[in-house]
Design a protein around this ligand. Structure first.
Ligand code: NDP
Length: 444
């Protein structure tokens, strides 16, 4: 460990104890930028490292709501406004029992780097609540969203903080949240992204993260004289990101062998068809059913995609730390060629280190899944200029942005043993951009 890494670890231990996910995300970045930091004395002079670790502010609040039986439920809500040197805070809202301050700090920190990579003027933030929407009626979810917004509206604004969706927060929840914001403020403005295109949302926002992952993968494979067509792809998750990544893979002629949820994995030995994907989408998104109830492919209860099939491409699109060391060993043994992260930080530290050691193509989430926030940025532009762009236009822009992100990831690094170290390149590019803005702003 270098002196800088030691210093960062000590600072984290003292200022952010009991924040394992946050430590993991920060140390991964500073492992990659240590040499750059050493070479530029101004970073130390302006104390960029310590300043970058401390979020601008964290708002934590009580969320009380009535369930269908008339019982008063109490949850915890947060908004982490991490860093706004590159633009208004921007990042999703997650509703899940696993949400806590450590998870939101890691997501907010990563979001600053991701947004810097898009080239759009966006700072980083993240929010959410420890609310579990599973088994809740639509009315209960609506009341929860309204109760959450009852506090959140004080802290957000079109030029202040512009949240979007994340796990368990899709267009329906964004509609409930936005509707309550409009009611409370009497202002119709671009304060949330991921809205329905019928009332200010952008075409292609729902698809953007999943499509973007595959656009990034295409660029990465092309730079190494390979293509997506004909590849055997393992996808985890069956939510927004996973199913649109699957859709784009199928359109590109790849074979999607798996999708999964917290109950298990559904395997398609010959590759999922577009019709099978449509039936799963109906089950998951409209009826909010479990993948176990689908009637296509074969069901592997309690199993992950990584042990259920063999593929050259892995797209983890479910949640953090979903691929552990054993799973990674198996993927590598089964001739993995490339892994692109649809989810944020889906690899445990051990799995991450094994992948780097194996010298395989690795698209880190902060680059590969940046398509969602990029189209959120486009949604803001449409709202600000009272315009609504077509799906074709947005998709073409998304594909161009993902190609630019790919190129930014390799702008500051050279090939090592024949491949580009994308993760290191992404961290260095975004770090420099953030650090330069922080130094230009002076001490604040
Ligand atoms: P969704 O809520 O739409 O879907 C999440 C999926 O992951 C569900 O199928 C869920 O299954 C599954 N899942 C969740 N936890 C686990 C677990 N512990 N084990 C196995 N499966 C699990 O979320 P999104 O698709 O929006 O987000 C997925 C990931 O992508 C997250 O990491 C998110 O931060 C990241 N991301 C999302 C963006 C977006 O635009 N939505 C943008 C960038 C990143 P079940 O239904 O059974 O819980």
């Amino acid at each position: 460990m270098s002196k800088l890494q030691d210093h960062i670890q000590n600072t984290l231990d003292q200022s952010h104890p009991h924040s394992d996910e946050y430590h993991q995300a920060v140390m991964e970045v500073f492992d990659d930028v240590a040499s750059v930091y050493r070479k530029e004395p101004a970073y130390r002079r302006w104390n960029i490292a310590e300043r970058m670790l401390e979020p601008d502010r964290i708002v934590r609040f009580r969320v009380c709501w009535d369930d269908d039986k008339g019982n008063i439920q109490v949850n915890r809500g947060w908004r982490v406004q991490f860093n706004n040197v590159l633009g208004a805070y921007k990042g999703g809202i997650r509703f899940d029992p696993s949400v806590n301050e450590s998870v939101l700090k890691f997501l907010g920190f990563e979001q600053c780097f991701k947004n810097a990579l898009t080239g759009l003027p966006m700072g980083g933030g993240k929010g959410g609540a420890d609310f579990d929407p599973k088994g809740r009626s639509e009315r209960e979810i609506m009341r929860f969203c309204q109760a959450y917004m009852q506090e959140l509206y004080r802290h957000i604004g079109p030029n202040v903080d512009v949240p979007a969706g994340d796990i368990n927060v899709g267009p329906r929840e964004i509609g409930f949240l936005y509707g309550h914001y409009v009611k409370l403020t009497n202002r119709w403005e671009g304060v949330l992204t991921g809205k329905s295109p019928g009332f200010g949302g952008s075409c292609g926002r729902t698809e953007a993260t999943g499509y973007g992952v595959v656009y990034f993968l295409k660029n990465m494979l092309k730079a190494h004289d390979q293509s997506v067509e004909g590849q055997r792809v393992l996808i985890s998750g069956a939510g927004t990101v996973a199913l649109y990544a699957a859709e784009k893979c199928i359109q590109e002629g790849a074979k999607v062998l798996t999708v999964s949820d917290s109950g298990g994995t559904r395997v398609f030995r010959e590759g999922m068809t577009a019709k099978e994907l449509a039936s799963i989408r109906t089950l998951k998104l409209e009826k909010h059913g479990a993948l176990a109830d689908a009637s296509c492919g074969t069901w592997h209860p309690g199993k992950t995609p990584w042990v259920s099939a063999k593929g050259a491409i892995a797209l983890p699109c479910a949640t953090q730390n979903e691929v552990d060391g054993n799973a990674m060993k198996r993927l590598i043994k089964n001739n993995l060629v490339a892994l692109c992260e649809g989810a944020n930080m889906p690899l445990t530290q051990e799995a991450h280190d094994q992948l780097i050691e194996a010298n395989l193509l690795y698209g880190p989430g902060k680059a590969a899944n940046a398509g969602g926030v990029a189209v959120s940025g486009l949604e803001r532009s449409q709202n600000a200029s009272l315009q609504s762009w077509s799906m074709d236009k947005v998709d073409t822009m998304l594909s161009g942005i993902m190609a630019d992100i790919h190129d930014r990831c390799i702008a500051h690094v050279k090939r090592r043993n024949g491949i580009y170290p994308y993760s290191k390149g992404a961290n260095i590019y975004a770090f420099k951009k953030l650090a330069e803005a922080m130094m230009a702003y002076g001490v604040k």
